[in-house]
Design a protein around this ligand. Structure first.
Ligand SMILES: [Zn+2]
Length: 99
């Protein structure tokens, strides 16, 4: 490989990496910050039934890690069914927030 070709290859890789990062940011795949009044999220794989328990809780926020996730995993809660990866935010106990 000539020096010129090498440089071209490296440029091509750099462009690909940049494009990938942009796609990730567009798809909200970045690790989220804590939401005001909530702790830094923990990641869990949840089946629809177990995920629903969090949706019903007032002091929790639940968000899909990757809406484009293709393969389901075993649920971390029941260990029986399969589901998607979620970020679970639980309300911070340190401070009081009035909304
Ligand atoms: Zn489950």
């Amino acid at each position: 490989m000539t020096e010129k070709t090498k440089i071209k290859v490296i440029r091509r890789i750099e462009t690909t990496v940049e494009t990938t990062v942009e796609i990730i940011e567009d798809n909200d795949l970045v690790i989220p910050e804590e939401i005001k009044g909530y702790d830094y999220p923990m990641m869990m794989t949840l089946c629809p039934r177990c995920a629903h328990e969090y949706y019903d809780l007032d002091d929790h926020i639940i968000k899909r890690v990757n809406p484009y996730q293709l393969y389901k995993d075993t649920c971390n809660k029941c260990g029986v069914r399969t589901g998607w990866d979620y970020f679970i935010y639980s309300k911070s106990e340190d401070e009081d927030y009035d909304d």
